[in-house]
Design a protein around this ligand. Structure first.
Ligand SMILES: [Zn+2]
Ligand SMILES: [Zn+2]
Length: 234
């Protein structure tokens, strides 16, 4: 997938993007040194342009192979979940950024009459009620104030990795948007198996493959012959 997509190419009714996670996230995974195998994962995102940002609805389905939290061997994590995200557009105060592309975009797609969207910085969970409230009716000073308040409530921030204004206008990086949501979707702990015994804290031996020498340091020397036996799974 092309990284940066012109926001003007996305119709008001929305547009769906089907990602190839291994290809689309390859560079990001390498940059952050994340040893995740995402070849078995499906990721799709539907974008809906809004007056002051891009609403994204997406889904992850499939398998991610990542290191087991305890032993670092492969853990197979199944994902089957959806996400909602709201990416505010970057409109720098005092016209530091050229937002003519964005203005054209708004006039074309949202019928907006105002050229001064709220300046509030926002980041975090998107609240549908708050966002909806801010888009109804003609723009007034009161509404601007309310928008700013709503956006502060949402505590969102413009994500420069996802939204930018280029000489071609406003652009969205769908692959990166999905990548950030993917990182949030991953479990804090990934286990190769619920019974994973982890690594020996002394020598680093993978205890799933059998005991290590240190475990038996204080053991009966007559049992030494048994130390290297590997126990099969019950
Ligand atoms: Zn493990
Ligand atoms: Zn050990």
């Amino acid at each position: 997938m092309k990284n940066w997509i012109p926001a003007s190419s996305i119709p008001a009714a929305g547009k769906e993007f089907v990602l190839d996670p291994a290809a689309d996230w390859g560079a990001a995974l390498a940059e952050f040194k994340l040893p995740y195998d995402v070849r078995g994962l499906e990721a799709r995102v539907r974008l809906f342009p809004q007056e002051e940002g891009m609403l994204a609805r997406g889904a992850f389905k499939g398998c991610v192979i990542m290191p087991c939290t305890r032993c670092a061997e492969d853990a197979h994590v199944t994902l089957d979940q959806t996400f909602d995200a709201f990416e505010p557009y970057p409109f720098a105060e005092g016209g530091a950024a050229d937002d003519s592309g964005a203005e054209a975009f708004f006039e074309k797609n949202a019928g907006a009459t105002s050229k001064t969207p709220s300046q509030a910085k926002v980041h975090g969970a998107w609240k549908p009620e708050a966002a909806k409230k801010s888009r109804k009716g003609p723009r007034t000073a009161e509404r601007d104030a309310q928008d700013a308040e709503n956006m502060e409530d949402m505590n969102l921030d413009v994500d420069e990795n996802v939204v930018r204004i280029s000489p071609h206008g406003l652009e969205i990086n769908v692959a990166h948007l999905a990548f950030e949501e993917f990182l949030l979707a991953l479990p804090v702990k990934a286990l190769c198996s619920e019974e994973c015994k982890g690594l020996c804290p002394k020598c680093g031996h993978n205890l799933n493959t059998g005991p290590c020498a240190c475990v038996n340091d204080e053991g009966d020397p007559r049992l030494a012959a048994l130390r290297n036996l590997t126990l099969g799974k019950k």
